[in-house]
Design a protein around this ligand. Structure first.
Ligand code: PEP
Ligand code: MG
Length: 578
């Protein structure tokens, strides 16, 4: 008998294989007191375990294949850096010394404290760092408790790769398993923004997360089909299901090969509209992946990654080197977003927690308050601008005043550079991310202070619909097709066109080919996305009749009947899905 299960799809693709379950990550941490004279020995025990755990990670780092995506190395580096961070080393030793408790318990307490701090952060990426803390501390605790997790796929030599079913997997686990060969991952916990999900996507391994009872419902060695697009697991499939999905696998493979041919083709629609294909990057090395799929520039470089996992902020020269690296990797414009950190997230521990961090002191608000830090970034950006086509993009703009203040600061930094005889692009373009409804509504006015707009739909949807973008409980409300969202996107595009400035979109919506027809219909001509999506969105563009899509979109958006509106949009989302 077949069993259908559904959860959150995080990495596309179809896999067919036998289940291999991996033991749980739950650890029973003992708590006991130690005598005053044993404190130093307990600290030494902790340090030895931490050194062993570090050695394990270094060994994993050595095994990363040369051609693996840059995120993989970065994940391991993140964990290594975290292990050396004083919030784990000195703070744990201090707890042992203060409370006279065993090292495992001190580490547990410190880990819980850090997880709470990360949970309060308003930036989705930084919040996912809580998982890193949990993974790093679990690794050290396993060494201390001698309960190392067997990460073995159970794959016989030359046998087919299995489908791994686990409670959760760290990025390091994924690397180890990937090297042994796996068909897909199914985990009981996790979300689409977790590092493990990002890693599965970049390794192109189908993955489904949040399938709560997966290890109970699926048995070892039973055959399952994983549909990483729909988020389905089909256990015990019959012959017709197997035939159907085998056919889909073959079709996907042909599709990928066919897309490669488009790399050097310009993205021109069937009726002659030229569309720009740009990439979003998180790390300077990602720019190389972007260049490989033939993008025309970088539409979003998220610089906050430069500031993460370290006790200090990156220096002007360090930032300059990173910006230069991105500029030299791709031809075309490189849009660098200034720091999008949240409340009190500059360095070290937050001084205080904001009640609503997503609505608090984040992004441009923080930069305009902490101008010392902002000026260093602006100096590095301006200096880099003398060496390529660099544009500065300001995140989370909600008022004209913020735009004015930021421009004023940029002018001051330009004067400083003039006085020091340092070159920069005198005509550098400054733009705003439109990710707060207020900015979209005020776009005609805001456009007078901006050289370009970029639609950040991830936040625009979050703020318009009042839903936390990473809260699993209300994930179902996250709707890019909500009429309010589409009106705001349209208003922004129209305001940009009327003011003669360019409008791009760098939110996830731009990288989802289901929305390409709609976005073209709304008048979007600049798409910025993860490099992995570029070719399929380009293909959709090339098959589009933009004039007809505009007409169709205008008609749908004018509908007041909710059913007709949904039906119209559903038809539109299917338009370019070959
Ligand atoms: C967005 O909000 O759409 C965006 C691109 O920025 P981030 O996802 O980094 O918040
Ligand atoms: Mg954003």
């Amino acid at each position: 008998m077949s069993l259908w299960l559904s959860a959150i799809a995080v990495s596309r693709g179809v896999a067919i294989g036998a289940v291999h379950r991996i033991g749980g990550t739950d650890l029973d941490i003992p708590e006991y007191r130690i005598a005053a004279q044993d404190v130093d020995a307990e600290i030494a025990r902790y340090e030895t375990a931490a050194a062993d755990a570090r050695a394990q990670l270094q060994a994993i780092r050595e095994q990363i294949p040369k051609n693996a995506p840059s995120e993989i190395g970065a994940f391991i580096e993140t964990h290594l850096l975290m292990m050396d961070d004083t919030t784990l080393t000195e703070a744990v030793a201090a707890r042992i010394r203060e409370v006279h408790c065993n090292a495992e318990w001190a580490l547990k307490q410190q880990s819980e404290y850090l997880v709470e701090v990360f949970d309060q952060m308003d930036d989705a990426y930084l919040r996912t760092r809580r998982d890193d803390v949990i993974h790093v501390t679990a690794r050290v605790q396993r060494v201390m408790l001698k309960q190392e997790r067997a990460l073995d796929t159970g794959r016989a030599s030359n046998g087919p790769p299995p489908v791994i079913v686990a409670d959760e997997l760290t990025p390091a686990d994924i690397i180890l398993l990937h090297q042994q060969g796996v068909a897909a991952f199914v985990t009981e916990h996790g979300g689409p923004l977790s590092h493990s999900a990002i890693l599965a996507r970049s390794l192109r391994i189908p993955a489904i997360v949040g399938m709560h009872a997966a290890r109970r419902l699926l048995a070892d060695d039973e055959t399952v089909i994983i549909d990483g697009e729909a988020g389905h697991v089909l256990a015990g499939p019959d012959e017709s299901a197997l035939a159907f999905y085998r056919h889909r696998q073959k079709r996907d493979e042909r599709y990928r090969r066919m897309l490669g041919v488009l790399r050097d083709e310009p993205a021109i629609s069937g009726d002659g509209i030229r569309v720009s294909m740009l990439a979003n990057v998180e790390l300077p090395d990602d720019a190389t992946d972007a260049a490989e799929v033939g993008v025309e520039g970088i539409g979003l470089y998220r610089t906050e990654f430069l500031y993460m996992n370290r006790a200090d902020s990156p220096s002007e020269d360090e930032q300059l080197a990173a910006y230069r690296q991105v500029l030299s990797a791709v031809d075309g414009p490189v849009t660098i977003r200034t720091l999008d950190l949240g409340a009190d997230k500059t360095v070290g521990r937050p001084a205080k927690m904001a009640t609503n961090p997503a609505l608090g002191l984040r992004a441009i608000r923080l930069c305009l308050k902490e101008t010392g830090m902002f000026r260093i970034q602006l100096r590095a950006l301006l200096r880099a601008s003398s060496e390529g086509h660099l544009r500065i993009m300001l995140p989370m703009i909600s008022t004209i005043q913020e735009m004015r203040q930021a421009r004023h600061l940029i002018d001051e930094v330009k004067n400083e550079l003039d006085n020091e005889d340092i070159a920069y692009d005198r005509d550098i373009k400054i733009g705003a991310m439109i990710e707060v409804p207020a900015a979209a509504l005020a776009a005609p006015m805001l456009a007078r202070y901006c050289d370009f707009f970029s639609l950040g739909t991830n936040d625009l949807i979050q703020y318009t619909l009042a839903i936390d973008r990473i809260d699993d409980e209300i994930n179902y409300l996250y709707d890019p097709l909500h009429p309010a969202v589409l009106q705001l996107i349209r208003m922004t595009i129209d305001a940009g066109r009327a003011a003669g400035i360019s409008v791009s979109m760098c939110g996830e919506m731009a990288s989802d080919k289901r929305y390409t027809a709609l976005l073209l219909g709304l008048g979007l001509t600049e798409f910025s996305m993860h490099p992995a999506s570029v070719l399929e969105v380009k293909r959709a563009v090339m098959g589009a009749d933009v004039a007809r899509l505009r007409q169709r979109t205008t008609e749908i958006l004018a509908l007041s009947d909710a059913n007709a509106y949904r039906e119209g949009l559903d038809a539109l989302t299917r338009e370019l899905m070959h």
